[in-house]
Design a protein around this ligand. Structure first.
Ligand code: DC
Length: 222
């Protein structure tokens, strides 16, 4: 079987990666892959099992304990844990607060990187995350770094949380949590968030979703 092609999108939380990836994926027929959800699954299960997420050794030995099955469902890769697809339990403030520390652990990153690389067997994929353009698929010909101001990102995240009924924190609290995660994500030892050489940078602060989608589509030479 010929492995699928890859569009890779990195950037900080709230830059709009998920919305853009979903729409571009639908337009081009590429399956949407949310790599952050895999880090969130590890965090959610670790918290549920009482693993101290601040202890890298405890997290490392937990890394291969979570059974994750991937299936292509409605234009995206869905993850099943113990036979069920987790929902908003992956998006709680508690998981938000601990996902970055879990994502610093090499054993977790190695496991998730292997899962992500295997997904080309499902076909063409558009993958969003923090290290997709730099570490997971550095050779992809379509690589983007999507960013936005902290204010724009916090406003989007807060709106999302309120609309979904997940939380109702102040914009300041959302911004503080987001900046704390950015700091950990971009300063960690293994595969930190950074713009890859050769990736196309898009600042979405002043752009509509349609404009970002058009920019990505125009740069994808498929
Ligand atoms: O994109 P997100 O907010 O759902 O990501 C959750 C956490 O996972 C975030 O703190 C960074 C981490 N992550 C990562 O380290 N590498 C990725 N490719 C995707 C997410």
């Amino acid at each position: 079987m010929i492995p699928g092609r890859v569009i890779a999108i990195d950037g900080p939380s709230g830059a709009g990666k998920s919305s853009v990836s979903r729409i571009v994926g639908t337009k081009l027929g590429f399956l949407h892959v949310d790599s952050g959800a895999l880090y969130r699954i590890m965090t959610w299960r670790a918290l549920a099992e009482g693993v101290n997420t601040a202890d890298p050794i405890a997290v490392a030995s937990f890394a291969d304990k979570v059974e994750i099955e991937c299936r292509a469902v409605d234009g995206r890769i869905a993850y099943y844990v113990n036979g069920a697809e987790p929902g908003d339990e992956l998006r709680t403030p508690e998981v938000n607060a601990h996902a970055s520390e879990v994502a610093t652990v090499k054993e977790v990153r190695d496991r998730i990187t292997a899962i992500l690389r295997s997904l080309v067997n499902f076909g063409d994929i558009i993958v969003e995350g923090r290290d997709i353009t730099t570490a997971v698929f550095p050779d992809s010909p379509a690589r983007f770094y999507l960013t936005a101001s902290a204010e724009a990102r916090a406003a989007r995240r807060r709106k999302e949380e309120v609309e979904k009924g997940i939380a109702n924190q102040s914009e300041e609290a959302v911004k503080a949590s987001l900046l704390a995660r950015d700091r950990i994500d971009s300063t960690r030892k293994y595969a930190p968030l950074k713009k890859a050489d050769g990736a196309i940078e898009i600042d979405s602060s002043e752009l509509t979703l349609d404009e970002v989608v058009e920019t990505v589509l125009a740069a994808c030479k498929f």
